[in-house]
Design a protein around this ligand. Sequence first.
Ligand code: ISL
Ligand code: CA
Length: 567
Amino acid sequence: AHDADWWKSAVIYQVYPRSFADSNGDGIGDLPGVLAHLDYLHTLGVDAIWLSPIYASPQDDNGYDISDYRAIDPAFGTLDDVDELIAQAHARGIKIVMDLVVNHTSDEHAWFRESAGGRESARRDWYIWRPPRPGFEGGTPGAEPNNWSSFFSGSAWQWDAASGEYYLHLFSRKQPDLNWENPEVRTAIFEMMTWWLDRGVDGFRMDVINLISKVPGLPDGVVAPGAVYGDGTPFCINGPRLHEFLQEMHARVFAGRVGQLVTVGEMPGVTVEDARLFTDPARNELNMVFQFEHVDLDHGAHKFDPLPLDLRALKGSLGRWQEGLHETGWNSLYWNNHDQPRAVSRFGDDGAYWSQSARALGAVLHLMRGTPYIYQGEELGMTNVPFASIDEVRDIESLNFFADAVGNRGESAEVVLAGIRHSGRDNARTPMQWSAAPHGGFTTGQPWIEANPNADRINAESQVGRAGSVFEFYRALVRMRHDDPVVGYGDIRMLALEHPALVAYSRALGDARLLVVANFGVEPIDPAGVDELDPSWARATLVLSNYPAAEFGEPLRPWEVRVFREP
Ligand code: ISL
Ligand code: CA
C-alpha cells in the first residue's frame, strides 16, 4: 500500500533445483520435486521463488552453462512441468523468478557450435574470438590473446585449433562469453527473455550481469606476485557499455510490464555508488543488485584463504549499503546463496548456539531495509559440510582450484581442503534436509552429492510447526515484513557500530519505531553500558526474540536477539 513495488515488502526464496527434492530416485532434484514442496514454501510464506537454472545444459557448472535457453534439462523435467509450476505457484500467490545466464552460454549451445565452425561463420562474432599473441604459436604457453585468468582457475582463453583462434571464457572453458557488442546477440537474448515472460514468469535474477561489457582491446591485467595469470576484472566488471545494455534491455523487454516484475542483477565487485545508478528507478535499469562486500570480508586475496571475521567490518559494510541506497535505489539482503558457505557456520555458531545464532542472523537480516532472500535450508539452520576428502566435492570452482593449487603450485592438500571446507560452494549444495530419513529424505536413490551427516538432527520435519524452531522463527520474520510497514518502508539507523559483539539498529516510519539488538557472541552484553541504546526503549514492547522474554535492560544472553516495537 505504501508503494506500487511489491518486491519491497516481499521475501524471495532461492531454490537450487538439483539439491531441493528428487521425485524419481535418480539422485538429482527436479521440478516435480519443487512442485511437491510448494505447500512447504507457502507455509513459510515467501512471495517468490528464484529458481537456479533449469535449462538444457551439459551441467559443467550445474546448469550455469546453458545449451538451450528454451528447453528444460531432462534431469529437471519438461516445459510442461514449468508451466505447471508457474500455475501452481501463482495459485498460491507465489511468483516465479528465473535465473538468466547471458554473460556466457555452454560451448554446446547451437550458437557457439556455429560460431566455432570457422572464421567465416555467420555467428563467428557472437562470441569473443582472438588470434594468438603476435610472435607466438597458437596453443603454446604465452600465446593467449591476453593474460586474464578465469574465475575458475587457469587462463580465460581456450585455444581452438580447428579455426586457429582463442575464445574467451571468464568461467569454465565450457562457458564461452557472449559478445554483447554484437546487436544480433542482444536481440536474440531479449527475444528469449520476452518468450519466458510471455510464458508467465515474473522476473529474472541476472547472473554476473555486470560482466557483459568488456573494455575494447581487452588489455592485460596486473599479475599478482607468484601468480601466472593477470587480473582482468578491471576490464570486464562494470564495463563501458553496461548501463546502456541494461537500459536497452529494459526498453525492449520490461517496458509495459514493469510493475509486475522483479529484476535483480548479480554483480561481483559492484560498489554502493554503482549500485545506486543500477537501481535508481529513474534510470530504468534494475530493481536491485546482489553485491558481495559483506561476503568477502572473511578471506584473504583468494576466497579459499580463510580469515577470521571482524564483526565491526561486517556491520560497517552492511551499514554503508543501507545508507547508500536509502534515498535512491534499493538493497537486496542475503547471507546465503548457492555460491556461499552456510551463514550459521560462517557468521554464527553451528555448535552450542546453533539454533540461537541461526535465528539471530535471520532477524538481523530480515528486519533491515531491502528485499531479503532465503536460500533453501537457511530457514532450517542448515550448516557447512565436514568434507573429509576432495573426492566428496563436486563443485567445478573448488575442484579446479584444488587441482591448480595442489597439482601446479605444490600447496598442501590438507590446507587447500580446509579452505574449501570454509568457503567452498558445495557447503550450500548438499541435499535439502527434509527429514531424518536416509539422505535427509531428499531422494530414495543415491544423491549426486552426499547429504550433510547432520540431516538426522537438522531437518524440516522436526521444525515445521514446532514453536521455537529456526523455521518458525523465519516464518515469523516473513510475516513481519508483510504485516508491518516499518519493516518494508521504514528508515534505518545503524547503532553501536564500534561495539565488538553487539549488532543493533532502529527503524522508523511515522509514529512506529522498531529496535533490533543482537548479541553476536557468548559474553553477556549489558544494554545499559551501550550509549547508543536509548533507555526509552524500555517502554517499547518485545515483539520477537529467540529466548524466553526478557526486559530491555537485562543483559543479552549468548546469540540472543530482541526486537522491540513502539507503539
Ligand atoms: O562463487 C563465487 C565466489 O568466488 C564467484 O566466483 C561466482 O562464480 C560468481 O559470483 C558468479 O556466480 C555466478 O556465475 C557463475 C556460476 O558458477 C555461479 O554459480 C553463479 O552464481 C558462472 O555462471
Ligand atoms: Ca530426479
